[in-house]
Design a protein around this ligand. Structure first.
Ligand code: 9WN
Length: 690
């Protein structure tokens, strides 16, 4: 499996950054443990090394403050001197809440940890082994959330504030500009300090000095107040309600409810927290007109009208209403944030790319970040925006495969910026690559059809209607069934089974038995009919054989299950054979085998055949079934091409075919000019699309 090589590369990045107790984000630029990084890193580990995932979070939570705050950084005593600011600057020992003998910073970060802990449990091979860890960490997670709801919830409405841009994780996001400008660096006293980051990474890709002066000013204020939350709140010029922070908190609250149920705790608290925060985010941070959630400037008492990727995060938190989600989608899928099919744009940039001050290079002011796109991917999947989710999935996979495991990526050319060998880029790549890699593991028990099984013998077989009427009924019912019971690529087999249309469908197909319905007037009519017949026969077989996991459960699914038509029996493979005479390589992409890999099911009409075959092919080629890696001179494609070697009998044919459907200039040029392309096959996902 070609993805495996890249999984190994990603694991090597994590091995390099693993200290024995936790993983640094990057050895040179960030040589300590970071709060939300460890959450994402643990999600990656959860796929292949449960012990490490657990250790990662254990180490972080051992540094939790007495008041429940989980610090942004846990410093490594042996690596001091390479980063700024370090413990000598933070002076957290001034706070009675800071842990003794553990060095930390004095702020927090987005609380992704509840969510990550649940993933560790869900992905573990031996779930029982994770229970003691769940029991150990659950009260600590509750304490962390309790700290947020008690100390950072000034209006008691569940909207949690942050008091430093570093707490958002999106440090120099343009979203914070209007608030930070309030700190007039010419008027306030800024302590002496020396940056280290811009000696390691090109300063063009990092925050400006003026930003750092303000960051440092805020830290100085915190230590002056000995990290007393109430005093800080009264004086701090930066009090912001961040949609990203609050959405992540909701995702973790939701996970805490599930964890509580697993270990027999009362889930009431996280349940209430979830509803309270979700309601307030929905009601107070959304702009219906601008189709985005905004951050809120608590001091001015108004929304900060700056559009960044954070504004879509309520999709990840599962807190946007259906109407809000539709609006968010419209905005997300626009030229501002990368539209499906738009040329030369990868995933979602961190800032509206149509703004004058957008930068495709500078840190949180425009580039693509893997963690943000990974969360948006989860959110889009959750709200069933399948195509868009898949587009992000492709980018999260392709960007590191093509350019390396960088910290962030150029929004137009994909080049990697910041530090290389960055842990969460590797970890979240692993998470998605495992989905791809594991999906083909045979999880199902195989049954045999035995002898040929004819599915359409349960009716009268004799009909007085003519061929045209029967075909008309078939088309009409097929269209109804597909339109009503399949959406975004998933099919409601149970719904179909119980529907009146399915009953009528049985009646119609029983009339095929003695009728010559396979002589057609036009090529279009024949192709459309055969594709619809194929797709309906798959559905009918899944229902009648009570298939739960995959058509692969049935040995002989494609050869031994048949429909009788005019006295002759046809299997799915026979129908596929019949379609070959048209020699149209787009046809295989319209045949839906009841799987997750296939493009969405559609009723094919003879009038729109051309367009529909194109769409089906385009959908497939622009899905994660085709990964194009110019820098690696590689194309990774679905096995489907190999099975259809009738149309695709040479590499040249494959490349010529896919290049017609590729929008991105760099990729197309690569496919056009490169003579020596290495084609590798990705395994097909046979999981049932129910
Ligand atoms: C300050 C570690 C962290 C990430 C943040 C990212 C960056 C630190 C910095 O690196 O921030 O926390 O020094 O710039 O902005 O999201 O957690 O990877």
């Amino acid at each position: 499996m070609p993805i495996q090589d890249y999984i190994e590369k990603a694991k090597r990045v994590l091995d390099k950054n693993w200290t024995g107790e936790y993983t640094v984000p990057s050895v040179h630029l960030y040589p300590h443990q970071w709060n939300w990084d460890s959450g994402f890193i643990a999600i990656g580990y959860s796929r292949y090394d449960t012990d490490r995932a657990i250790k990662e979070l254990e180490h972080l939570f051992k540094a939790q403050w007495k008041n429940g705050m989980l610090p942004q950084i846990v410093f490594n005593k042996n690596a001091l001197g390479k980063y700024f600011p370090e413990p000598d600057f933070w002076k957290t020992e001034l706070s009675p809440d800071a842990p003794k003998n553990i060095l930390t910073s004095g702020i927090t970060m987005p609380p992704i940890h509840g969510y990550a802990v649940l993933k560790i449990y869900e992905n573990a091979k031996d779930k029982d082994k994770v229970i003691p860890f769940l029991k150990w960490i659950y009260p600590k997670l509750i304490k962390l959330h309790e700290y947020l709801y008690l100390e950072r919830n000034p209006d008691d409405n569940g909207l949690i504030y942050i008091r430093h841009p570093w707490e958002s994780g999106m440090d120099n996001s343009p979203m914070w500009d209007p608030i930070l400008e309030r700190i007039d660096i010419n008027k306030v006293k800024i302590p002496e300090f020396k940056r280290k980051d811009n000696k390691i990474v090109d300063p063009e890709q990092r925050p400006k000095d003026i930003d750092y002066k303000r960051y440092v000013y805020l830290v100085d204020l915190f230590r002056k107040h000995k990290y007393n939350e109430k005093k800080i709140f009264e004086e701090c010029p930066f009090i912001a309600i961040d949609p990203l922070f609050n959405s992540i908190l909701c995702a973790s609250n939701e996970a805490l409810v599930k964890i509580a149920e697993i270990i027999g705790e009362d889930p009431k608290k996280p349940e209430e927290w979830f509803s309270m925060t979700a309601r307030s985010v929905r009601d107070l941070l959304f702009s219906s007109e601008k189709k985005i959630f905004y951050a809120y400037d608590y001091i001015e008492g108004k929304l900060i009208e700056v559009e960044t990727a954070a504004g879509f995060m309520p999709l990840f938190g599962g807190i946007a209403s259906t109407q809000q989600a539709l609006k968010l989608y419209e905005h997300l899928n626009s030229l501002s944030f990368c539209k499906l099919g738009e040329k030369n744009c990868f995933a979602i940039p961190n800032y509206d790319k149509q703004k004058d001050d957008f930068s495709s290079k500078n840190y949180w002011r425009g580039p693509i970040w893997i963690n943000i796109n990974w969360m948006l991917y989860q959110g889009l999947k959750r709200y069933k925006f399948k195509q868009k989710a898949e587009h992000l999935e492709i980018s999260i996979m392709e960007l590191p495969m093509r350019f390396g495991f960088y910290e962030y990526f150029d929004s137009f050319i994909g080049k990697g910026y910041g530090t290389k060998d960055f842990s969460w880029s590797a970890a979240l790549f692993i998470d998605l690559a495992y989905d791809m890699y594991e999906k083909n593991e045979q999880k199902w028990k195989i049954r045999k059809v035995g002898k040929p099984l004819i599915l359409n013998l349960n009716g009268e077989h004799i009909s007085i209607e003519n061929r045209e009427e029967i075909l008309k009924d078939f088309n009409c019912l097929t269209k109804k069934i597909i339109d009503q019971y399949s959406k975004n690529g998933t099919v409601d087999y149970n719904g179909i089974k119980l529907s009146p249309e399915y009953k009528l469908y049985q009646n119609v197909i029983s009339k095929f038995v003695n009728k010559d319905i396979l002589s057609f007037q036009s090529k279009e009519e024949e192709i459309a009919f055969l594709i619809n017949l194929y797709n309906m026969m798959v559905i009918d077989s899944i229902i009648k054989l009570n298939i739960q996991n995959s058509v692969k459960e049935i040995d002989g699914f494609f050869t031994d299950i048949k429909y009788r038509i005019n006295g002759k029996d046809y299997s799915l493979d026979d129908i596929r054979e019949k379609l070959k005479k048209f020699n149209d390589p787009r046809i295989p992409f319209a045949l839906v085998k009841g799987t997750n890999s296939a493009p969405p099911l559609r009723f094919i009409s003879k009038k729109e055949l051309e367009k529909q075959l194109d769409t089906a092919t385009k959908d497939f080629i622009r899905s994660p079934e085709v990964l194009i890696l110019p820098e690696e001179k590689k194309v990774l494609i679905s096995e489907l091409f190999r099975w259809n070697s009738y149309y695709f009998d040479s590499n040249e044919k494959i490349i010529n075919f896919i290049k017609k459907y590729v929008k991105d200039d760099i990729k197309r040029e690569f496919l056009e000019k490169e003579k020596d392309i290495d084609i590798r096959y990705l395994l097909y996902d046979w999981t049932l699309n129910n």
